[in-house]
Design a protein around this ligand. Structure first.
Ligand SMILES: C[C@H](O)[C@H](O)[C@H]1CNC2=NC(N)=NC(=O)C2=N1
Length: 99
């Protein structure tokens, strides 16, 4: 269930609830760029998220350049957005608030 592709209306609900996130052009990934006050904060954010991601066995596509972290969440096995991507996006929002 958690790894099943969400419908377009379910995906629309995610970005309504998480307005800093958007959907990529193909409709298969959730996108967000975080900007932190320091490189240390960006890495602290990534470290916390990485531990959670590994725990739920669901891993982000992301890139760090100095104080920014570009994130794309997708479920590779489903070729699209699933509940796992929504859960990870919510978790990232909580972690980012603390960094
Ligand atoms: C075997 C293991 O459960 C899978 O390879 C997991 C690992 N992490 C994953 N992460 C993401 N984003 N999508 C997946 O399909 C996925 N699959």
């Amino acid at each position: 269930m958690a790894r099943q592709r969400l419908s377009s209306s379910e995906i629309a609900e995610i970005v309504q609830a998480l307005p800093d996130w958007s959907i990529d052009a193909a409709g298969t990934g959730l996108l967000r760029t975080y900007r932190f006050e320091s490189f240390a904060s960006a890495i602290g954010f990534m470290t916390e998220c990485a531990i959670f991601a590994d725990k739920i066995d669901h891993h982000p596509e992301w890139k760090n350049v100095y104080k920014t972290v570009e994130v794309r969440l997708t479920t590779h096995s489903a070729h699209g957005i699933t509940e796992l991507d929504r859960d990870l996006a919510k978790y990232m929002e909580e972690v980012a608030r603390r960094h």
